[in-house]
Design a protein around this ligand. Structure first.
Ligand SMILES: Cc1cc2nc3c(=O)[nH]c(=O)nc-3n(C[C@H](O)[C@H](O)[C@H](O)COP(=O)(O)O)c2cc1C
Length: 325
């Protein structure tokens, strides 16, 4: 068979995945806070090719965020303390969504609040709005009613906020989990019981960096969220654990810089991935990762991405127990 015949016989692999009732043409999404409101990246990325766009976290009212300095590079990663700066949910719907409606790509609104009521009100405002394909709730925010502990750090609070948002919207609902907990499976199961259609993980890990000459923290906020390749093995471990502990789809996030990194997460059990810090280094990272996943499927003669998801071969000496340290 010559090259032309081979091309004629070639059937591209099926890349579509479902996140609850949300159908994605492929598993590559953008991670909240690293892709603006989509428009900022449109000169570099054909937005129509993405599985979904998850926009910067939205609050009920606009927020100015933290004072600078609020970003510092670290070995194999970065710390950010942007402080969830955003234009607020109403302004997003009025000013940013019309641009995104021009594309054939689901838009997922990432929301956060300080009280359950704030989450509920935002979910109600987004419900039924043309162009919104789903909601991702960031439960890493302090729950002011529960003394500042993050919703995502306590199973009861995670279940409650999920249940309350679920009650306000028919939109596919993704609950985004924080890794800053002892047992992420417990929180995942609570969010699932609360009615989440899917779980995404991980958000950033809390870290810190000191300027030794000035003996001051590098960040004005002192601590920040660590992201990038440094967190990938932790994210992968958590995705693997959660995928086994729940029935709903899991979306993997954390240090995914290449197609190989995304494939690790998919093989470990994630149905889709979100690309974060990589967008800051290479604005076209999402599309490179998408192309690389497709190439891998072709090379391994795998007809559909569904065959790859959770296909980790657990040989007997790879149980993950008995780790030193
Ligand atoms: C500058 C910056 C801003 C972020 N803002 C948000 C946000 O608004 N809401 C949210 O849920 N996650 C936010 N994140 C977390 C990312 O979506 C992602 O979960 C995290 O960075 C890990 O993925 P990565 O290592 O691929 O960046 C932010 C991350 C960074 C680096």
């Amino acid at each position: 068979m010559d090259e032309q015949d081979k091309r004629a016989c070639f059937t591209p692999p099926l890349m579509a995945v479902a996140i609850g009732s949300l159908e994605l043409k492929n598993p590559v999404m953008t991670a909240s806070g690293t892709f603006g409101y989509g428009e900022e990246y449109s000169p570099f990325v054909d937005l129509n090719r993405l599985g979904a766009i998850i926009v910067k976290g939205l609050s009920l009212e606009r927020r100015a965020g933290n004072p600078p300095p609020r970003i510092i590079e670290t070995p194999a990663g970065m710390l950010n303390a942007v402080g969830l700066q955003n234009i607020g949910v109403r302004a997003f719907i009025a000013e940013k969504l019309p641009f995104l409606r021009g594309y054939d790509v689901p838009v997922i609104a990432n929301i956060f609040g300080e009280t359950v009521d704030e989450y509920r009100r935002m979910a109600r405002m987004l419900n039924g709005v043309a162009g919104i394909g789903g909601i991702e709730i960031n439960v890493s925010c302090p729950n002011v009613k529960k003394g500042g502990i993050a919703f995502g750090a306590c199973p009861d609070a995670a279940a409650e906020v999920t249940q309350q948002v679920r009650g306000e919207t028919d939109l596919p609902l993704i609950v985004k989990l924080t890794p800053n907990v002892t047992d992420i499976k417990e929180i995942a199961q609570a969010a699932e019981a609360g009615g989440a259609d899917a779980l995404s993980l991980i958000n950033t890990l809390t870290g810190m960096s000191v300027d030794i000459e000035r003996r001051r923290p590098h960040l004005a906020n002192v601590t920040g969220g660590l992201s990038g390749p440094a967190i990938r093995p932790i994210a992968l471990r958590m995705v693997w654990q959660v995928a086994q502990a729940v029935k709903v789809p899991v979306v993997g996030i954390g240090g995914i810089m290449s197609a190989g990194d995304a494939l690790e997460v998919l093989i470990a059990g994630a149905s889709a991935v979100e690309i974060g810090t990589a967008n800051f280094i290479r604005p076209t990272a999402t599309l490179e990762i998408l192309d690389g996943i497709e190439e891998y499927l072709v090379r391994h003669r795998i007809g559909s991405i569904a065959e790859l998801i959770g296909s980790l071969d657990m040989h007997p000496d790879a149980e993950g127990e008995g780790v030193d340290g």
